[in-house]
Design a protein around this ligand. Structure first.
Ligand SMILES: [Zn+2]
Length: 304
């Protein structure tokens, strides 16, 4: 199949007549987010814009396809997302979200892909995504395939944070902070307004409070600091995460990988032999696909 444009890596743009062959033996990426308050300066769509852009780029890097982003996620909590006190925050109950993810994965597994990547952009989603994918795994639907699920911030190294983000408060409190603001300035600057709230008393991780006072746990929905956010930082962070994600997928640390599981791949110890073309779904040379997109400084996030 010939790639027509960067955006044709969207699975939903394929036809039913072509989808099975397009994804056969290849990689599918499903970005998962939420619609959630992100302070006065960022749109509700932060947690969908970021994973969708990452998934889009990763689809190129791995010669795979991505699904449209899942826009509704787990409930926002006061200590990690500001909570539902702020207008516009939507959520599904955890049991509903697990069931939604599980049932969607069940039908997705009818396609003959080899590797599934679930790429999360909303803090409270993570454990529920792991639960859903493990449920599908337990029922045998992932037999003979690989599944990798992660939140994008899990791939940010301590070394990168020490170098780039002063006084990092922990990912639970980074909500609407320096990293998300910077990524949005890189991906969708048109959606970022000039306010830069600071909250000098970020909430502690792993604690639930009732009744929580959002005027104490946040500053206008920001849990830590936005100071230092920039488009340049967002660009460096975006490529840092892409680099970490491609390394994670290609090396699969901790993953059992029988040589037979990699079609047409010359497996070598350490997984170093697995190039993106090892799982090329159609055998076509997509030379320069990733490089082309790398040359584009701003990635349209295609938020509906
Ligand atoms: Zn967020």
């Amino acid at each position: 199949m010939k790639i027509r444009s960067p955006w044709s890596r969207n699975l939903a743009e394929l036809s039913s007549a072509t989808v099975a062959e397009a994804v056969r033996g290849g990689t599918l990426i499903w970005p998962l987010g939420s619609i959630e308050q992100h302070g006065p300066h960022l749109p509700l769509a932060v947690d969908t814009v970021i994973p969708e852009a990452l998934a889009q780029q990763l689809a190129f890097e791995l010669d795979g396809y991505r699904l449209p982003v899942q826009p509704i996620g787990a409930r926002s909590l006061p200590q990690s997302g500001g909570g539902p006190a702020f207008p516009g925050t939507l959520h599904l109950r955890g049991d509903t979200l697990i069931r939604y993810l599980t049932e969607t994965l069940e039908s997705l597994c009818h396609l003959p892909f080899h590797r599934l990547i679930l790429l999360n952009g909303h803090f409270e989603n993570e454990a529920l995504i792991f639960e859903a994918v493990d449920d599908v795994r337990q029922r045998g639907l992932l037999d003979g395939r690989e599944a990798i699920a992660f939140s994008w911030w899990s791939l940010v190294t301590d070394a990168w944070l020490n170098e780039e983000v002063a006084g990092f408060p922990g990912w639970h409190a980074e909500h609407a902070g320096v990293t998300e603001t910077s990524l949005m300035l890189f991906l969708r600057p048109d959606l970022v307004s000039p306010e830069r709230p600071e909250h000098h008393n970020p909430p502690l991780a792993g604690i639930y409070l009732h009744p929580a006072d959002p005027t104490v746990t946040t500053n206008q929905g920001v849990l830590s600091s936005t100071v230092g956010a920039s488009q340049e930082l967002g660009e460096r962070l975006f490529w840092h995460v892409i680099s970490g994600a491609t390394a994670l997928v290609r090396q699969g640390p901790g993953m059992r990988r029988p040589a037979a599981a990699e079609p047409a791949a010359a497996a070598e110890p350490g997984g170093a032999a697995e190039s993106p073309t090892a799982t090329e779904p159609d055998g076509g040379a997509e030379s320069g696909g990733g490089a082309d997109l790398r040359a584009v400084p701003k990635l349209p996030a295609a938020t509906p």
